[in-house]
Write a protein that binds this ligand. Structure first.
Ligand code: DSN
Length: 419
């Protein structure tokens, strides 16, 4: 290199990054699948490990010079095993979706039957949705929540499984606020002779700390992301207790669907798994759940239709269309205008198209990382209500935005050192 590249010269990209940092600082982040990583996680992900190719697994790579990344990947795998009390772990999946793809391919042949939760009911695209690989390569039928209670109805799922006879049942959700009974899913899978896969992408932090029942020991394969409640880098993870399945999973990740692993991301995963083993992290997860319960309660007391009436975990859904005659899409835009970020979400049996939707999904992991307690979440619930009431009053919306921003700035991001 003739001279060291000065990153400040690339103003197009770095000014957008700086603006994003400011947006994150000024906004109340309520997207249930987002969080703020520690400086240590950022440092590992932004390290020289991004330069390294390492196809294969520790001790069996297809490139030279892999000693250090072997050390890192071994540490990541050992920490996962300790965190989730499982026997085998693969930390290479680039995302939750590729983790699910590799896991499903380890259990099914193309055309086999798969039964997962519907997307409208709260499931994920990769659990058998018609436009996803999981609904295209396999014969898929979704189960739903109960029409009245919006809860998983294990008897109905059993009856459906007896009729459909899937080879794989997938449990786990992206938008379900109640505890999932993994033992009940195991009984259903056993009844129809199916494999069981649990995708704990959302609740992984609760599972790791014992604040939600663990599917390890009940599901044949457990998948997760590492960036949601676990508070790590964006990425995926696969776990099992079955040695033969573990070998199949490794082959299906590499060379099955991925090439070179992202060792810088794996290093960041290793760092966060250590953080997640700490008692501070356990306290954090307890506070995440307390905050979600309290905020949901506040919405109920203001007359909002909170699905299932509350939450057992880190998120809940509000049917804003029937509560306040505003679509999910309009509500999301309105909230963004007052520096509150949430995402619109289909609700079970939604009458609106997914792009519009009737609901918004609210999660507490990110703002709890910044130090919000029940008090601040209650204040934000009222700002949301006031914004909806004042939706055509631009002056009032500006005032709400100022108040929200002032509150957020009292809880800075943990990145002072980067400024
Ligand atoms: N789409 C993600 C979420 O926001 O929940 C799940 O992959």
């Amino acid at each position: 290199m003739e001279r060291e590249f000065d990153w400040k010269e690339d103003t197009e990209v770095f000014s957008a990054i700086e603006k994003e940092r400011e947006r994150q600082e000024d906004s109340t982040e309520l997207i249930a699948s987002e969080n703020y990583v520690s400086l240590a996680v950022l440092k590992a992900q932004g390290s020289v490990l991004t330069n390294k190719y390492a196809e294969g697994y520790p001790g069996k790579r297809y490139y030279g010079g892999c000693g250090n990344v072997d050390t890192v990947e071994d540490i990541a795998r050992e920490r996962v095993k300790k965190l989730f009390h499982c026997r085998f772990a693969n930390v290479q999946p680039y995302s939750g979706s590729t983790a699910n793809m590799a896991a499903i391919r380890s259990l099914l042949q193309p055309g086999d039957r798969i039964m997962g939760m519907s997307v409208n009911g709260g499931g994920h695209l990769t659990h058998g949705y018609s436009l996803s690989f999981s609904g295209r390569d396999y014969d898929s039928k979704s189960y739903d929540v109960d029409k009245e209670t919006f809860l998983l109805d294990y008897d109905a799922i059993l009856q459906q499984a007896r009729t459909f006879k899937p080879k794989l049942i997938v449990c786990g959700a992206s938008a379900y606020s109640r505890a999932i009974d993994f033992k009940a899913f195991r009984r259903i899978a056993d009844d129809v002779g199916a494999y069981l896969m649990a995708d704990i992408a959302h609740i992984a932090g609760l599972v790791a700390t014992g604040e939600h029942e663990s599917p390890i020991g009940h599901a044949d394969i457990v998948t997760s992301t590492t960036h949601k409640t676990l508070r790590g880098p964006r990425g995926g993870l696969i776990m099992t207790n079955d040695e033969e399945l573990a070998k199949k999973i490794d082959k299906n990740v590499f060379p099955g669907i991925q090439g070179g692993p992202l060792e810088h991301v794996i290093a960041a995963k290793a760092v966060v798994f250590k953080e997640d083993l700490s008692s501070e992290y356990h306290d954090y997860i307890r506070q995440v759940v307390k905050n979600a319960k309290r905020m949901a309660e506040e919405f109920v007391s203001m007359g909002y239709k909170v699905l299932t009436g509350g939450t057992d975990n880190h998120l809940f859904l509000i049917d804003v269309l029937s509560s306040r005659n505003i679509t999910g899409m309009a509500c999301q835009k309105l909230l963004e205008s007052v520096n509150i970020t949430a995402n619109r979400n289909s609700i079970p049996f939604d009458t609106q198209k997914p792009y519009v939707s009737s609901g918004i999904r609210i999660g507490t992991p990110a703002m709890t990382t910044r130090g919000f307690t029940e008090k601040e979440f209650v204040a934000i619930a009222h700002f949301i209500d006031e914004a909806i009431k004042a939706k055509d009053d631009l002056k009032r919306l500006d005032e709400i935005k100022e108040e929200v921003t002032r509150l957020n700035r009292q809880f800075p991001l943990p990145y002072e050192a980067l400024k």
